[in-house]
Design a protein. Structure first.
Length: 100
């Protein structure tokens, strides 16, 4: 059984019942031999083939079955404030999602 392969492609639902996207990748904590976070690709179409991605820490995963349920609430698009993207790799977004 490969945990990462079993998670890839599963829909991720937040605690309000909203579809966040699908599991695109899994980051692994090799020291503790466990999943560290899920990389979620938001649903939607992009001309360049890549949609916005978000990290969900292991601690925020509620349950895993046919879908992955997480204990976070993603604000509706109207509530999301614009962030400056002053680096080419989008590290500011990753930092804000991980609450660093």
């Amino acid at each position: 059984m490969n945990i990462a392969e079993d998670l890839l492609g599963k829909e991720v639902i937040d605690d309000s019942g909203n579809l966040m996207g699908v599991v695109k990748d899994v980051t692994w904590d090799y020291e503790n031999n466990r999943v560290e976070s899920l990389v979620i690709q938001k649903s939607g179409f992009s001309l360049f083939g890549s949609s916005e991605k978000q990290f969900v820490l292991y601690e925020n995963i509620h349950s895993i079955g046919d879908k992955v349920l997480v204990n976070i609430n993603i604000p509706a698009p109207a509530e999301v404030k614009e962030e400056e993207d002053d680096d080419e790799f989008g590290l500011n977004k990753i930092r804000s999602n991980l609450k660093l």
